[in-house]
Design a protein around this ligand. Structure first.
Ligand SMILES: Cc1cc2nc3c(=O)[nH]c(=O)nc-3n(C[C@H](O)[C@H](O)[C@H](O)COP(=O)(O)OP(=O)(O)OC[C@H]3O[C@@H](n4cnc5c(N)ncnc54)[C@H](O)[C@@H]3O)c2cc1C
Length: 462
């Protein structure tokens, strides 16, 4: 519990409307996209690193937990303040500070919305590739903290590949600058990499330096329709084998197509068991040539037909449909266990076969879609929590899913992270020594376990 005296001190540090403890505000900052809820006792809206430093120093002195929050769009409960305390909303630190055209970098505050940064750099002829489907709401700080990925990861990599450095407030309240503005730097341990994907447990980012690329001249988009999931999965492997790395290579199974078609005017074909949404980019001739080769590969793998987006409007519509798949699934069942397992690309056909068997064996619908090009399939085990018996079967299916994924040399999370939801499974992938090492690193940064306790390696046990 935060005492009335501490609240008074925090209100004096955060004047006017930059602090709140009103019940309706607390309700809004205590959940994320998992639906897990736990209310904070106070929410602060800092505008600079010094304010955050003061809060963390006070938290260490008085022993209350602090959790940073971006847009709250996470899928694993990482921003939910399980131990209550203070939530620091980063949404008012939302300026793009500079775009450096010679060094191809952008300096931003962490509360910048991902799509706003993309738009700003594209207007200047640059490109910031990481594109989580939540990009219209998620923040860059949240993306960095979760190591977010997206459809373009198959060609361009994930958020991790675009962070050069940052200003961070450590859990003890010290402010530190890590990383460099240069393309290379090998000075000390790579703390920048350690911070990426640390889920708000090792520090609060207050400024991020990001790498940009030149904007590709053109993008070509095609939909490929298949009679079987197996044909589509084999096509994914064959495209990569043919020496082409497409800009995106997304997969939707029949249930995902049905769900999004019921949800919106999707304009998707109804005669396919699986769809691939494929893009190429670069100069006009290269994008066109690669698209033609990809269509040939599809033809070799029993494609029903390929449809090319004729203009930007058609292309944008296809992406809106793709990004709407996740929310549309709740029409199938009121709850979903949404996992983002990733396997080596060559094992996608085997994974898809095992998922179909798993759905049959467990008797729960499993809907699959996602970033097939990099082996990252979003597996949605659909259920109704009110039906205890079915929910138990659904959870059993999740345990089996993780076991299958590890057997196929995959990982239990490609981009959503561990947070609260996957903490019980962490050891199955990284082993007891890995978990102990994670805990020792957390303790070195945060000896009093103040910052976002209870996440990742069950940090509350430190
Ligand atoms: C419809 C939908 C689609 C999605 N699609 C994708 C996808 O394609 N790829 C993908 O990777 N994810 C996806 N996500 C998950 C989610 O959007 C990402 O994890 C995103 O990076 C979270 O950003 P956020 O700003 O909402 O962070 P939050 O959820 O608010 O926070 C996430 C974590 O970041 C920490 N954090 C936030 N800001 C800071 C900061 N400044 N300093 C330190 N720590 C901080 C928090 O403490 C928390 O641990 C999707 C979510 C939804 C709802």
């Amino acid at each position: 519990m935060i005492s009335p005296e501490i609240k008074k001190r925090l209100f004096s540090l955060f004047p006017e409307d930059s602090a709140t403890d009103s019940p309706e505000d607390l309700l809004c900052y205590g959940f994320d996209a998992t639906g897990i809820e736990s209310k904070p006792e106070m929410v602060l809206f800092p505008t600079n690193a010094e304010q955050i430093s003061e809060v963390l120093r006070l938290a260490n002195e008085q022993g209350f937990p602090v959790t940073a929050r971006g847009a709250g769009s996470g899928f694993v409960g990482a921003s939910v303040p399980v131990n209550h305390g203070v939530v620091i909303s980063m949404t008012r630190m939302n300026s793009i500070l500079s775009i450096d055209p010679e060094n191809l970098t952008a300096d931003v505050e962490p509360g910048v919305v991902t799509a706003d940064l993309q738009k700003a750099v594209e207007e200047r002829g640059f490109f910031y590739p990481p594109d989580p489907a939540s990009l219209k709401i998620s923040t860059i700080g949240g993306n960095v903290a979760m190591g977010a990925g997206g459809p373009r990861a198959v060609k361009y990599g994930v958020t991790r590949d675009y962070v050069l450095g940052m200003e961070v407030v450590l859990p003890t309240g010290e402010i530190v600058n890590i990383g460099a503005k240069t393309v290379k730097s090998v000075v000390g341990f790579d703390l920048t990499r350690l911070m990426i994907g640390s889920e708000g447990t090792l520090g609060v980012f207050t400024r991020l330096r990001l790498k940009l690329l030149p904007k590709p001249e053109t993008v070509r988009t095609t939909l490929a329709l298949f009679n079987t999931v197996d044909d589509s999965a084999r096509t994914v492997s064959a495209i990569i084998r043919s020496g082409i790395i497409p800009r995106t290579l997304e997969f939707l199974d029949r249930s995902a197509i049905n769900a999004v078609t019921d949800y919106m005017d999707a304009g998707l074909p109804t005669n396919a068991e699986a769809i691939l949404l494929i893009e190429t980019d670069g100069s006009e001739d290269i994008a066109e040539k690669e698209l033609a080769r990809i269509r040939d590969v599809c033809a070799d793998h029993k494609v029903i037909e390929t449809r090319v987006a004729e203009n930007e409007e058609e292309r944008e519509k296809l992406w809106t449909v793709r990004r709407s798949v996740s929310p549309s699934l709740l029409r199938i069942r009121p709850n979903k266990i949404n996992e983002d397992v990733t396997v080596p690309r060559s094992k996608i056909p085997e994974l898809m076969k095992r998922l179909s068997e798993l759905s049959e064996r467990s008797g729960v619908p499993i809907v699959n879609f996602g970033h097939a090009g990099d082996g990252n399939i979003h597996v949605n085990i659909m259920t109704d929590k009110r039906d205890e018996e079915e929910y138990t079967r659904a959870k059993g299916a999740r345990d089996e899913l993780f076991a299958i994924c590890l057997e196929l040399e995959g990982t239990i999370s490609g981009e959503h992270g561990i947070g609260l939801k996957k903490a019980p499974y962490l050891e199955s992938e990284i082993g007891p020594v890995g978990v102990a090492l994670n805990r020792r690193i957390k303790a070195a940064f945060d000896p009093n376990n103040i910052l976002n306790p209870g996440k990742v390696a069950n940090c509350h046990e430190v």
